[in-house]
Design a protein around this ligand. Structure first.
Ligand code: PAF
Length: 281
């Protein structure tokens, strides 16, 4: 695996690969890699000739400075994981390379970034769109791979690609779960063993709400079930929404459709977790 923090180096490598007719698959990450990331790499290996990963903890997408400070960073472990799992090139830029003190461009995705994560973390998706645009321009991939766990991020990045005419295909990859159902996330590293056990409530809530909706109960019933699960639990519910995956508008009827997805977010201690589940899968 070739590892570099230089834009010139990475662009020279990519041009070389492209001149040989190779397709580039790109997996952008913030590090603290887990099996979920490895499934993105597997998907990239299947579709592309060369797999490029980036590790960069992007400050502009953090709306809480403590969260940024506490975000897990394990670069050496990450490097060996990538090396052993078929990553060809690692882009590991510094803040100076990515921002050079500048952070002036803001994105606004209309309704898409005002709900759910956007409502609780205003400015988050502007930071995501900014860094993803920079990375796409640097790496110029043919395919870019994103986990479905960050469903709203995926929807917004698809919009970004469409509206800014990025010449690449976004490939969504299914959520990877722990045996207890907990969606894999770098933030899980900050949970104690006991908290990891308790964090399965998010999966449980999604599963129970899904069952209720499949039995033709109303959104209100599903929301009641979720609220009551959390009411006697140490985890704190931030939101539970039933939306369609295209414009993220709330659904109030016709749940049994392929675009219906249940989304949840909340805290275990001071660790914020999100998860989602399609109604039909
Ligand atoms: O999903 C993530 O890890 C990040 O939001 C991303 C896409 C790498 C941008 O920093």
């Amino acid at each position: 695996m070739i590892s570099t923090g230089s834009i010139a180096d990475i662009q020279a490598l990519i041009s070389q690969f492209k001149s040989e007719g190779k397709k580039i698959g790109f997996v952008p990450t913030m590090g603290a890699l887990h099996e979920g990331h490895l499934s993105l790499i597997d998907a990239a290996k299947e579709k592309a000739d060369i797999v490029v990963c980036s590790i960069y903890v992007n400050p502009t997408q953090f709306t809480n400075q403590d969260d940024l400070k506490q975000y897990p960073r394990n670069v050496e472990t990450d490097k060996s994981l990538l090396e052993n799992n078929g990553c060809d090139v690692l882009f590991l830029p510094s803040d100076d390379v990515m921002y050079a003190g500048r952070n002036t461009i803001k994105f606004d995705f209309g309704d898409l970034d005002k709900v759910m994560e956007g409502k609780f973390r205003p400015g988050h998706f502007s930071g995501v769109a900014l860094i993803v645009s920079k990375l796409f321009n640097i790496v110029q991939p043919n395919y870019a791979f994103f986990g479905q766990k960050d469903l709203q991020q995926l929807t917004i990045i698809k919009k970004l690609v469409e509206e800014l005419f990025f010449n690449l295909e976004i490939v969504p990859v299914a959520i990877k779960r722990e045996p207890n159902g907990l969606a894999m996330s770098s933030r899980n590293e900050r949970l104690s063993k006991e908290e990891r056990h308790e964090a399965q409530i998010f999966y449980k809530a999604l599963s129970e709400a899904k069952l209720i909706l499949k039995q033709n109960h109303s959104a209100e019933n599903a929301k009641e079930i979720v609220k009551s699960l959390f009411s006697n639990h140490r985890a704190q519910l931030e939101y539970f929404e039933i939306v369609n995956d295209k414009d993220l508008h709330s659904k109030t009827k016709n749940y049994l459709e392929a675009d219906t997805v249940l989304c949840i977010a909340g805290f275990i201690g001071n660790v914020r977790l999100i998860d989602n589940m399609y109604l039909i899968s």
